[in-house]
Design a protein around this ligand. Structure first.
Ligand code: TRP
Length: 341
């Protein structure tokens, strides 16, 4: 039986953090066996906002290494770098003729980026969703696991596919329309920044974000200075966000017994009698986090130190990706009629 194709892209613009890991990466690991998975590093996309490429090579290698260290199996999934697959660029060119200036200018992410970088509003930024559509459609992927912020891009990918099929398909579906997809069935873990202000972030608020690359001492330091307060005023009080976040993290990396103990202490605490000791809780969380992240970090570092290994992985991924991509591109060229002999 043919498995459905799932595809996701990761921009190499920052370090992987716990929010990425528990929100996206872990979810993807669970899909490896059930679907035909494509995972790629979106290096072309990063050029739309990060023209300085001095760190690009390091970042791309890191994304590949971190994903493998987390459990992505490069023999099972197709793991590749976008720029290794020139077929994507050609499909992007054709799709650009189906994308209207007005709809591109209305895209939320475009408007945000114009606000953030008013001095670099380049055409690549405007057509970012077209390139993303090409990423997906080049493999005829049916499913794309996306967060809220990417839903609009996916909808645009569907529109471009639909227009392409209508214009050139002669009743056939050359490019299937991709659907948003959430494997875990609804609930994705959301991890807040350690100061309680918003989500953990790839590139901002570094001291309140836990990165997979953080060493043991830095992990301890960050967790020990996470925001807490004097404790609940009454027994069984609801938890403020920043406290709930510490419990969320604990549920992910500590033993159920440990979580239960601190839950009970919290429930029993009141202004007159504070049973829960946040200092102890954070110490425990820090040690459990260190234990959880150490092996991932060590595997990542070993891969980063091994030129040969990552090169082999990327080459192998590129070959698999190009085989799939060129099959689609042939059908696309034929449908359009840019094939003369
Ligand atoms: N735009 C996505 C992001 O910012 C990255 C991305 C590029 C992507 N191409 C993709 C995601 C294709 C899913 C499918 O995270």
């Amino acid at each position: 039986m043919n498995k459905d194709r799932v595809l996701t892209g990761i921009r190499p613009t920052g370090f992987l953090h716990l929010g990425n890991y528990f929100g996206a990466t872990r979810n993807f690991l669970a899909m490896q066996a059930a679907y035909e998975c494509f995972v790629f590093v979106a290096d072309w996309h990063s050029l739309t906002t990060h023209p300085d490429t001095s760190e690009l090579r390091n970042s791309v290698r890191r994304v590949v290494a971190e994903n493998i260290a987390c459990g992505l199996n490069p023999d099972q999934v197709t793991l590749y770098v976008q720029s290794d697959v020139p077929e994507i660029a050609e499909l992007y060119l054709y799709l650009n003729m189906m994308a209207y200036k007005g709809e591109l200018e209305k895209t939320t992410t475009f408007k945000d980026k114009v606000r953030q970088h008013p001095d670099n509003v380049n055409a690549g930024l405007l057509t970012y969703p077209v390139l993303q559509a090409a990423d997906i459609l080049i493999h005829r992927a049916e499913k794309v696991p996306v967060g809220k912020d990417q839903e609009q891009h996916l909808e645009m990918a569907r529109n471009f596919a639909q227009r392409f099929n209508y214009r050139y398909g002669q009743g056939e579906t050359i490019l299937p329309e991709p659907q948003a997809f959430n494997y875990s069935g609804g609930e994705l873990v959301k991890i807040l920044s350690l100061d309680g202000n918003g989500k953990m972030s790839k590139s901002e608020n570094a001291m309140n974000t836990i990165y997979l690359a953080d060493d043991d001492d830095l992990l301890r330091k960050k967790i020990m200075k996470a925001k807490t307060d004097q404790g609940p005023a009454e027994p069984n009080s609801p938890k403020p966000d920043y406290i709930e976040n510490l419990f969320t993290l604990m549920r992910l990396v500590s033993s159920p017994d440990t979580v239960a103990r601190f839950e009970a202490d919290y429930a029993a605490s009141s202004a007159g009698q504070v049973v829960i000791r946040y200092g102890d809780m954070k110490k425990q969380l820090a040690e459990d986090m260190v234990r959880f992240l150490q092996p991932i970090r060590e595997k990542t570092n070993a891969m980063l130190a091994d030129e040969q290994y990552l090169a082999t992985v990327m080459r192998q991924g590129a070959e698999k990706a190009r085989a799939s991509a060129s099959a689609t591109l042939q059908a696309v060229r034929k449908a359009i009629g840019v094939k003369y002999y």
